[in-house]
Design a binder for this molecule. Structure first.
Ligand code: PA5
Length: 314
């Protein structure tokens, strides 16, 4: 898994060059991304990085009743995820694309004249994020989204991938984290926070949770009144965070003194996409260092495989 994390900048660069379907019908106000797990996260990150178009992410069977005329991006790395296939079966029309390495989704989409964006196969789904995200960004541009700073994002990822100080700081965090882990993010970094949580789950085989400011100040914060277990809280920080969010974060850090080990992970770069992806890459790295520290193999996700095998039989 470390190899994939280290190759992220290269993968984003390759993903920029991936051909997109020329003739795909893909029009409308807003868009919906359908997928699960390591595929759906591309939708959350897309939502946080673009402007001018509303993005909803649907995780589940069938399609939401609120879906109207919006174009849909079906994302399943394997192309065989049952919830995504169920959603695809419920979809009427051709105002959609499928992003996948193959599987049933590719077959079904082609049979219905829906464009397929083929991504390179043979990767763990969560390691294929660049190939799922960048084509989705480009499709979002077709329905009016503005995406600034994609090239800067790749540059920032390359620089931080090569930076010993970034690696040392993330490794230090992995060595110092104790107990339960909570990830708190400023608004607009929900996708990055969720990604960090799911990477800790799948790569480091551990529990983690995430919450966003300012909402966490209206509920989550009260839970600290009675917390006894050892805890670690990672604050995702952003140089452009709103000054009231900054005040809230500083207050929360003081409140948690003596209750939790506090860590900060700062975004890098100027554009929103660079800042979000810089957190994603540091979170990915953290999850692999944590796997090493915990003595687990980050690659296999045996429990997910077991569950999928079981569901295929019932
Ligand atoms: O990371 C993983 O392996 C999972 O979260 C998968 O992404 C998830 O089970 C969905 O599978 P797929 O991405 O192939 O649709």
């Amino acid at each position: 898994m470390m190899r994939y994390v280290e190759e992220f900048a290269d993968m984003y660069e390759k993903a920029l060059l991936m051909p997109l379907p020329q003739k795909a019908a893909f029009v409308g106000k807003g868009l919906v991304v359908v997928g699960m797990g390591g595929s759906a996260i591309a939708g959350d990150i897309l939502r946080d990085c673009i402007e001018g178009v509303k993005v909803d992410v649907w995780r589940g069977y069938g399609l939401p009743s609120w879906l109207k005329e919006e174009p849909v991006i079906f994302v399943s790395y394997s192309g065989n995820t049952e919830e995504t296939l169920s959603a695809f079966s419920a979809f009427v029309g051709t105002n959609a694309v499928a992003i996948t390495s193959g599987g049933r989704l590719a077959e079904l989409a082609r049979a219905r004249g829906i464009a397929v964006i083929n991504v390179p196969g043979g990767l763990p789904p969560r390691a294929s994020l660049p190939y799922l995200l960048f084509p989705a960004l480009r499709m979002a541009e077709r329905c009016g989204a503005r995406v600034d700073g994609v090239e800067e994002a790749v540059k920032v990822l390359r620089e931080s991938g090569d930076s010993e100080s970034v690696k040392e700081s993330v490794k230090g965090m992995a060595e110092a984290l104790q107990g339960q882990v909570a990830i708190y993010c400023p608004p607009g970094f929900e996708g990055a926070a969720r990604r960090m949580k799911t990477q800790l789950n799948e790569n480091a085989k551990m529990h983690a949770r995430w919450e966003a400011f300012p909402e966490l100040h209206h509920n989550e914060i009260v839970g600290w009144e009675n917390t006894k277990a050892p805890y670690s809280v990672i604050f995702i920080r952003d140089a452009k965070e709103h000054n009231r969010i900054r005040a809230r974060i500083e207050f929360t850090k003081k409140l948690l003194q003596g209750k939790a080990n506090i860590f900060e992970m700062w975004s890098r770069g100027e554009s929103k996409i660079a800042r979000v992806l810089s957190i994603v890459s540091q979170g990915d790295l953290l999850s692999v260092y944590l796997a090493q520290r915990r003595g687990v193999d980050p690659l296999p996700v045996k429990t997910i495989d077991l569950l999928k095998e079981h569901l295929a039989k019932v």
